[in-house]
Design a protein around this ligand. Structure first.
Ligand code: SME
Length: 151
């Protein structure tokens, strides 16, 4: 499925007021994970600014033990501080990386802003080396803007 087609499906999901927010986030994760063959794990983490931790709220793919990540740790924890997109073509080249499973080769993490504040992120793991392009980045930035409207 191409990104344009996915965007219209995501718009419908976001507008599904009868579903809880958690349910909509989970369905977005499932839609992405099943529609794009190199998106093997998709999850949303949200920040607890007092504790300086990220908490996994919704995901699709295999279960991870990394449901709470301190700011600064791993790719996710770095994005909580940097407020920048982080594209990792090869996870083995990263010193500050938290491995979720041995099949993961690459990762992309895009911060999610609400009222200008970095409140969370979408994290995607891929079992394919170096699969992410500017198109993925643009699509995921767009997605997070849509998600922010229901938070
Ligand atoms: N690899 C991430 C941890 C989260 S898992 O990918 C689900 C990281 O280094 O922050």
């Amino acid at each position: 499925m191409n990104f344009t087609h996915l965007q219209s499906k995501i718009n419908s999901l976001i507008a599904s007021d009868s579903l809880t927010i958690d349910n909509r986030l989970t369905q977005i994760c499932e839609l992405l994970q099943t529609s794009i063959n190199y998106y093997n794990w998709v999850g949303f983490y949200f920040a607890n600014p007092q504790e300086k931790t990220l908490h996994l709220k919704a995901y699709a793919g295999i279960a991870t033990e990394h449901t709470i990540i301190p700011f600064g740790k791993g790719i996710c924890g770095q994005v909580a501080i940097s407020n920048e997109n982080f594209v990792v073509p090869d996870v083995e080249a990263q010193d500050n990386y938290i491995a979720c499973n041995i099949n993961v080769k690459s990762e992309i993490v895009i911060p999610l802003f609400k009222d200008g504040k970095n409140i969370g992120q979408i994290d995607i793991d891929s079992n394919t080396p170096d699969p992410f392009t500017k198109k993925d980045e643009e699509f995921l930035v767009w997605l997070n803007v849509q998600v922010a409207t229901i938070l």
